[in-house]
Ligand binder design. Structure first.
Ligand SMILES: Cc1cc2nc3c(=O)[nH]c(=O)nc-3n(C[C@H](O)[C@H](O)[C@H](O)COP(=O)(O)OP(=O)(O)OC[C@H]3O[C@@H](n4cnc5c(N)ncnc54)[C@H](O)[C@@H]3O)c2cc1C
Length: 459
């Protein structure tokens, strides 16, 4: 006799919709699928990846990234995602980067071993002997503030914080202003001191917990291979439906519960649960039926967009980089970091040498034309790399992202909303929701892990 009261697994799986195919949405969809849910992923664009994508450059028959993405050794949820999609082995942590001065002088920087000890004692590239004792003292005060978190840190900018602890200008130019831009994506004069302080505390805790020094890593492949190809295999294995060129308009709520997602064309997709993983600036009317919509809108207004300009520069020769990634001392606003794709990806040079450049908080550069940006950056490269003196540009692929990341100004601590909402079956994800990190890939993945926990916890 058949047992008519027992549900087959297909009957008990809840229908979950994930809106947004960036890292937060991808990780949410992968983890919901792994947990046995029926998942549909909606993405507005024609392809997945959001802000972490490879972009075709037909002139070079190549698919470089939209911008260099680096990994902090303290990232956990991002590595969990890479484990899920089978690409964890495609991230390298060489343990060093190089700081380069105009004229070509270089110095390797590292937070471990002898180099780490030299850093602690203020012996940094570009810091004269007379500034080293003050640098060492200020760095000790900085660590104390990071660990103790004085109550007023969210009332001052990082610039005011550095002045307060007496960090010499040379140490800021050499290391600390760059660290703030690297961690928060924005200038020291804009970002709240609490943001880098929180991130440094998270990094220190991770380093102590895992007994490894803080280091920076990079993908050894393009971003699509790293993040998307493996996810698509997981989706195929678990029957996840992907709808691209599909714009979600409103999340439909009835009696305090999610009932589905209304698309731009008026179609209603019914569902038991929704994870909304769109960027903060794309919320539109998605959450309009949520009681806390006004509060979330206020958050949207408080997080201001920060531009990043990245360039994939194809040159006719090597410029003689000595490390995978080099930070140009004094290159602020024009050319701050250069990445050697030959060293990072093992590229052959048949189509030219590919160097990727990044400028964060590129408020002025983003207004320039691609031609002007290329000329400015080539002029800077020639100042720093003697071998670039006669280098010719084979092709330049300029990627301007006016809304690459967001800034948190003083007074904004704690305003980012939680993943849990007041509506049953609805969770938020995305780098702008509350996490231990700022606008990062790790923040996106941590938000996804928490959003998935909320949804599964309500099952
Ligand atoms: C150039 C650059 C360099 C960066 N460098 C680093 C770095 O070195 N290290 C680091 O950790 N982080 C870095 N970041 C930040 C990191 O990329 C982001 O924080 C992260 O990728 C954000 O992921 P997300 O899923 O929250 O948002 P997104 O990637 O923006 O994904 C959101 C998705 O939602 C889709 N969407 C929007 N509205 C709708 C709708 N109504 N319906 C359906 N779909 C919709 C969008 O099309 C998009 O695909 C960088 C970012 C940029 C741009």
């Amino acid at each position: 006799m058949s047992n008519s009261t027992t549900n087959s697994p297909a009957d008990v799986r809840r229908r979950c919709i994930v809106i947004g195919g960036g890292l937060a949405g991808l990780a949410s969809a992968v983890w919901l699928a792994e947990a046995g849910q029926r998942v549909t992923l909606l993405e507005r664009r024609g392809s997945l990846g959001g802000r972490t994508v490879a972009m075709p450059v037909s002139a070079m028959d190549d698919v470089p990234d939209n911008g260099q993405h680096v990994f902090a050794s303290g990232y956990e949820h991002l590595f969990r995602y890479l484990e899920s999609v089978g690409t964890r082995n495609l991230v390298a942590f060489p343990g060093h980067m190089t700081v380069r001065e105009p004229g070509g002088r270089t110095r390797r920087s590292s937070f471990s071993g002898i180099a780490g000890a030299r850093t602690a004692f203020g012996d940094l590239a570009g810091v004269p002997l007379r500034d080293r004792p003050a640098t060492a003292l200020a760095q000790a005060r900085l660590i104390k503030d990071v660990l103790r978190q004085p109550a007023d840190l969210d009332t001052i900018t990082a610039d005011e914080w550095f002045r307060r602890i007496g960090l010499p200008a040379s140490a800021r130019a050499s290391l600390w202003d760059g660290i703030v831009i690297g961690l928060t994506g924005d200038k020291t004069t804009i970002t709240s001191a609490k943001v880098p302080a929180d991130l440094l505390r998270t990094g220190l805790r991770q380093a102590i917990r895992h007994r490894t020094p803080i280091s920076i890593g990079y993908p050894t492949v393009d971003l699509d291979t790293l993040f998307i190809d493996g996810a698509e295999k997981v989706f195929a294995d678990h029957g996840v439906e992907i709808e691209t060129r599909c714009v979600a308009k409103t999340i439909e709520v009835a009696d305090g519960k999610v009932v589905g997602v209304r698309l731009n064309d008026g179609t209603l997709l019914e569902s038991d649960a929704v994870i909304c993983a769109v960027p903060v600036w794309s919320l539109g009317d998605l959450l309009v039926q949520l009681p806390e919509n006004d509060r979330i809108k206020a958050t949207v207004d408080a997080l201001t967009p920060v531009p990043i300009v990245s360039v994939n520069l194809y040159l006719d020769r090597s410029i003689g980089m000595t490390d995978w990634g080099e930070i140009l001392l004094g290159g602020e606003g024009v050319l701050e970091q250069v990445w050697d794709r030959q060293l990072m990806h093992g590229r052959d040079t048949e189509r030219g040498w590919l160097y990727s450049t990044t400028v964060s908080a590129a408020y002025e550069l983003v207004e320039q034309t691609p031609n002007d940006i290329t000329e400015l950056q080539m002029a800077t490269l020639r100042q720093y790399y003697p071998e670039a003196a006669d280098a010719q540009v084979v092709h330049s692929h300029v990627v301007k992202m006016p809304r690459a990341t967001f800034a948190q100004r003083p007074g904004t601590a704690g305003i980012r909303p939680d993943q849990r909402t007041s509506v049953t079956g609805l969770a938020l994800a995305g780098d702008w929701t509350r996490t231990d990190w700022t606008t990062t890939m790790e923040g996106a993945c941590q938000s996804a892990a928490r959003a998935v926990d909320v949804i599964l916890g309500q099952a």
